[in-house]
Design a protein around this ligand. Sequence first.
Ligand code: ZN
Length: 265
Amino acid sequence: MPGTGLREIRQGRSTVSPIPSARLPRRGMRGPAIHSGPMTTLKPTFESSARVGIAARTEALFRSSGALRDGHFLLKSGRHSSAYLEKFAVLSDPAATSELCGFWAGHFRARGEVGDGLEIDLVAGPTTGGVILAFETGRQLGTRAFFAEEVHAGGHPRREFRRGFRIEPRERVLLVDDILTTGGSLLAMIPAVEAAGGEIVECVVLVDRSGGMSTLTSPTSGRRYALSALWILDLPTYEPGPAACPQCADGVELDAPGSKGAAAG
Ligand SMILES: [Zn+2]
């Protein structure tokens, strides 16, 4: 079972479970073709050998699945980037997705086992990537798993639990999502959990592209919830043109992934 025998390292509010070495393939600890540049950064509170290993392995899985590509890309924002993130390339690889969810499942555990505040009753995520991540994390934890759907009503983005999904009062909920940019998807589902009386244990994402958010503040209650990422990714973007964009300056052909993927900017 996940969690048994794991030594906990407490660092402030954050608790990091060292991953047993058997779960991290030796090759993956370094990861193939990882940038030597300043692409990967870690929040100081998470600095530990386990965190570094998890971040490296997450980057390796994103690269090996083709989810992170190097090149010269036109983003939806109109800016240029030298890398592009297509999260569904990794989410369409069940083995990779299962391994990533295993980092969370190894950290949290089903309620009633330990009593250290990390017990989970159910895992929930926002559509669409969160459906897959909640399912697999819940499967590994042995908890329920479901998802929140976007509701188009009024001016503000909102998410609801539909299809008979119910959170009972005081149930402990782990929120999962794929890529964090502004936190909008998770922020939009927090009120639905709070309205049901659920207790959000933590919000976790595969990749944090926000520049290092460590909490999410509920737009309705004002409560702050801890947020952590397996991997923090800082992808610089540039104004188009040789004056600002290095790839334009080098004459690299521009790729416009457009609506095929989630733009990296
Ligand atoms: Zn360019």
